[in-house]
Design a protein around this ligand. Structure first.
Ligand SMILES: C[S@@+](CC[C@H](N)C(=O)[O-])C[C@H]1O[C@@H](n2cnc3c(N)ncnc32)[C@H](O)[C@@H]1O
Length: 354
């Protein structure tokens, strides 16, 4: 007899497969269209061979298994596995197609600094003022914020949230000790929170904490605020700021998370952000990082990583995949550094000594 748990498990895997197929179909279709309408925008074609394809499938299926297992163990509610903004994605999906010609144009002419006229450029670091992934307006408009979640889902074939959720287990274990000693509410900050997907995962997994999110883009923070206020859970405080110089006191937070930021930073800014994370984490507190896998931990996927920075405008990705993040964490002052990879994401846990 099939019980509710087995049904939910089947539903979860079926939805994941559906998202994977949808992502794959979108990429195939959009590439074909580009070949037809804007062949000059194409870079050399990347063919994934059978062996690599098998490894990718295997790694994706391991990610799904751990995602399900940790939900069963109660690390986060099972409903979180089904919390996917279908309606938002459906409404905004046509915009992605309408946006394609301008993306091709930027790829073809290697234009990487086409940003909205109404922004004050002096308010942002120079490295940020770019069309990351060739996206229209960079990170600096509502239009870009509307398309971001769909683009990430397509890029990762529907596994983006499953990869983000890998921060929950180390975050919870990092907070456990502190919770016993501290009767105040624990404070957690998500650095470079974007449209707030990670904040949403944390909020549903951890009750009774004060949750904060910081990002440089006010348009993305507005989107995060919209998504978060439409769901149950406590208020989240959103702050606009540069992660290299955050507007918080020393030792202010019990834990920090930071997902998919490091690969978008030049090397010195990467170290500055980790130093700043160290400053605002309290002694005994934890930093959890999640970002792309790197050549040293996942050499079997190095072709995929190389292809990624060739196709998308990711100016600092090559440097990132060869960087030593453990060294940078130690350099900032963190200790007890552990790291593990899940499909396309590597997760680091580091502690500020007491
Ligand atoms: C790839 S997105 C990741 C967003 C989110 N963490 C997620 O999981 O989808 C990178 C985010 O970092 C933000 N960002 C980039 N440089 C930053 C900086 N120096 N300070 C704060 N935020 C920054 C961008 O605005 C963008 O929202």
């Amino acid at each position: 007899m099939i019980n509710n748990t087995s049904l939910a498990k089947i539903a979860y895997h079926t939805i994941q497969q559906g998202k994977g197929l949808a992502g794959y179909a979108h990429k195939e279709l959009s590439t074909k269209l580009m070949e037809l309408l804007a062949p000059e925008a194409l870079s050399e074609k990347f063919q994934i061979d059978k062996k690599l394809f098998k490894e990718v499938r295997q790694s994706m299926s391991e990610l799904e298994k751990i995602d399900w297992k940790e939900a069963e163990e109660g690390l986060y509610p099972k409903r979180q596995l089904f919390d996917f903004p279908f309606l938002h994605l459906l409404v905004n999906y046509p915009l992605l197609w309408l946006d394609m010609p301008s993306t091709w144009e930027r790829r073809k002419n290697r234009k990487t600094r086409e940003l909205p006229n109404n922004i004050s450029q002096k308010d942002y670091p120079n490295y940020y003022l770019q069309n990351f992934h060739h996206q229209t307006d960079g990170y600096l408009s509502e239009h870009s914020a509307n398309l971001y979640d769909i683009q990430v889902e397509i890029l990762f074939n529907g596994t983006a949230d499953a990869m983000r959720r890998r921060i929950i287990s180390p975050l919870k274990s990092g907070l456990e000790d502190l919770r016993e000693k501290d009767c105040n509410k624990l404070k957690v900050l998500d650095v470079a929170t974007g449209t707030g997907r990670t904040l949403q995962q944390i909020r549903s997994a951890l009750k009774d904490i004060e949750l904060y999110g910081l990002d440089l883009s006010s348009a993305y923070l507005k989107k995060a605020s919209h998504h978060l206020s439409n769901r149950e859970g406590e208020l989240v405080q959103l702050v606009q700021g540069n992660a290299e110089n955050m507007p918080f006191k020393k030792n202010n937070f019990d834990a920090l998370t930071c997902v998919f930021l490091l690969h978008e930073l030049p090397r010195n800014a990467r170290q500055n952000v980790l130093n700043e994370c160290f400053r605002i984490t309290r002694p005994g507190g934890t930093l959890i990082l999640a970002d792309s896998i790197q050549i040293s931990d996942s050499p079997q996927f190095s072709e995929i990583m190389k292809n990624f920075y060739k196709i998308f405008h990711e100016p600092f990705y090559y440097d990132y995949i060869n960087d030593d993040i453990n060294y940078k964490l130690e350099n900032a002052g963190f200790q007890e550094i552990k790291a593990e990879s899940f499909f396309m994401t590597r997760v680091w846990k580091a502690t500020k000594p007491k």
